[in-house]
Ligand binder design. Structure first.
Ligand SMILES: C[S@@+](CC[C@H](N)C(=O)[O-])C[C@H]1O[C@@H](n2cnc3c(N)ncnc32)[C@H](O)[C@@H]1O
Length: 300
């Protein structure tokens, strides 16, 4: 026996077939006639057909892919990405309630962060400080601090540090500092400088300034100190990439261009920015298989 969702799909298939037939009949009947199609009738048929096709697609590819493929605004996309990629809805209890802060804590410990955790030898930073430049409310540092308790994190952002509450167990390991990343980096003894999604939302000239402001600190911190750039990397012409990942990046690229005159970049484009900031800045490796990669840069 067909399940409820199978029979809904079959019903939609029948409906689409019958609508398509009505439309085809109409075209055949009216072709060659000098009169226009009866607009209202035509519109109602095509709208009904389009809605049914969309509904079928939604049921076949499931809501996550369907919404990803829709042309949405930047904010819608961000909201859906947060909701789906972090399995936000899986974390909402079926009964009772959950606070927003508990929900975000549960949701953030998911896929993309796990990939970041696994793609790099974080233990090489033990007993040192990682400076998270433009780190927002520090969700990446807080996540890494839970997994690597022997690393200290300093989250820098233009905006004042968030209030984390007195029960924050990570307080000794994750600290916050207000800093403008266009100004010279004040911490010169870090074991690594990290930057997530602080370049793809800036045009090239600003990225060069952001990167250049780190150079003096990298010099002082020593040649083994990496700059870790956590960003999507577009495939270069001729290079292949998983189709869904490329789609995500290309869509992000369009959003960045339209909303911020910025863009996603290829490895070569990242290297060009770095070279312009300082010719000694070299990409030594790109880590990870998730859509957001970890670009390891050294001052050589
Ligand atoms: C796209 S968000 C990325 C936040 C965080 N790294 C993440 O991945 O969730 C960019 C961050 O850069 C911060 N930012 C913007 N302009 C800045 C500036 N001039 N100096 C420091 N931080 C800045 C914003 O406040 C925001 O938190």
């Amino acid at each position: 026996m067909a399940t409820k969702s199978e029979s809904q799909i079959l019903q939609l298939g029948d409906k689409i077939q019958s609508l398509a037939k009505s439309l085809a009949d109409k075209i055949e009947r009216e072709e060659g006639e000098t009169t226009q199609y009866k607009r209202a009738e035509w519109d109602s048929l095509t709208i009904d057909l389009q809605n049914s096709i969309e509904e079928l697609l939604l049921r076949v590819v499931r809501p996550k892919t369907f919404l990803h493929n829709l042309q949405l605004s930047h904010y819608d996309l961000v909201a859906f990405q947060v909701a789906f990629e972090f399995h936000l809805f899986d974390s909402v209890p079926l009964s009772g309630h959950i606070t927003l802060s508990e929900l975000s804590k549960r949701a953030v410990d998911e896929e993309s962060m796990n990939s970041l955790r696994e793609c790099y030898d974080w233990s090489s930073l033990e007993n040192g400080v990682l400076v998270d430049v433009g780190g927002g409310a520090g969700h990446v540092s807080i996540f890494l601090a839970k997994h690597f308790p022997n690393i200290s994190f300093l989250v820098q952002d233009l905006f004042p540090p968030p209030a984390l509450g007195s029960d924050n167990q990570l307080a000794p390991k994750v600290k916050f500092q207000q800093h403008n990343f266009f100004e010279p980096q004040p911490v010169t003894n870090a074991k690594a400088y990290f930057m997530k999604h602080s370049l793809h939302n800036h045009p090239d000239a600003d990225c060069v300034r952001i990167l250049r402001s780190l150079v003096a600190a990298l010099e002082k911190a020593g040649p083994a100190t990496p700059l870790l750039i956590n960003e999507g990397v577009l495939p270069s012409p001729g290079e292949s990439m998983r189709r869904d990942q490329e789609l995500t990046l290309r869509r992000g690229d369009m959003c960045m261009m339209v909303t911020l005159s910025a863009k996603e970049r290829t490895r070569k484009q990242f290297q060009q920015l770095l070279k312009e900031a300082d010719p000694r800045l070299q990409i030594v490796k790109i880590h990870g298989s998730a859509v957001t990669k970890l670009i390891e840069v050294h001052l050589v």
